[in-house]
Ligand binder design. Structure first.
Ligand code: ZN
Length: 232
């Protein structure tokens, strides 16, 4: 061999590449109580299946894959200090769609039977964990930000879109209506406003004046501008 140094370097590179990729592999362990614990890149997801008479294998794989794709991006963008251990409860006794609370998200498996393409419910709900607001935040804005994040970071969003603007809408309508307003603000008024609003809400510095501090206009003035020219 004429060039052993190159070989050694190549070997070192390949070993370090292997060591690096190793931490990105999803590992899975099953506890005595039946919980499944997944770890990857410093994140842990515990999945508790409390559903009965329901095969959740496909749903479970999609929930887990969506979490590990979206959650690192949301942490990095909005709150690197948010919890690194998340619990998913798949619970057929719960008859809503899903809700997030204190590091846990509860899903109704029946919802995904009827709406198999709605996996970005995971994106919306995990954003609530990243938001980690400690009370006092306007609910319409909290939900509007979570749906804006679904719009921006969702992995599929099949059959889900921001609704067209209508004169009857208000910014307090929450969810997708508010999300579309936030998308418009990002595009036409102040790029990065959602990150800044999120930080203000999390650190409890948010007030009605926050809008004017960021854009020089009040919330009502911004909405009036949006209503006049709502194209994204
Ligand atoms: Zn929500």
């Amino acid at each position: 061999m004429k060039c052993p140094l190159a070989l050694v370097i190549a070997l070192i590179l390949s070993v370090s590449a292997f060591a690096k990729s190793d931490s990105t592999i999803l590992t899975k362990t099953v506890t005595d109580s039946g919980s499944i614990i997944y770890t990857k890149n410093g994140l842990t997801l515990t999945l508790n299946n409390k559903s009965v008479n329901f095969d959740t294998v496909v749903l479970r794989q999609r929930l887990v894959a969506t979490f590990f794709e979206v959650y690192p991006k949301l942490l990095q963008t909005f709150n690197p200090d948010a919890t690194k251990h998340v619990v998913f409860n798949v619970d057929s006794a719960y008859d809503g769609v899903a809700y997030a609370s204190r590091g846990q998200i509860t899903f109704n498996p029946g919802w995904f039977v009827k709406h198999p393409d709605d996996i970005d419910v995971v994106t919306h709900e995990t954003m609530h964990l990243v938001q980690a607001y400690r009370g006092g935040s306007p609910g319409w804005l909290t939900e509007g930000i979570a749906d804006y994040v679904r719009f921006k970071f969702g992995v599929e969003n099949i059959g889900w879109a921001l609704p067209a603007f209508k004169e009857t809408q208000k910014y307090t309508d929450a969810y997708r209506v508010t999300a579309r307003f936030l998308a418009w603000l990002e595009a036409h008024v102040h790029s990065g406003i959602v990150v800044e609003l999120n930080t203000a809400l999390r650190t409890k510095t948010y007030t009605q004046n926050t809008w004017a501090e960021l854009t020089k206009k009040t919330l009502d003035e911004l909405w009036a501008d949006y209503a006049k020219s709502p194209a994204l």
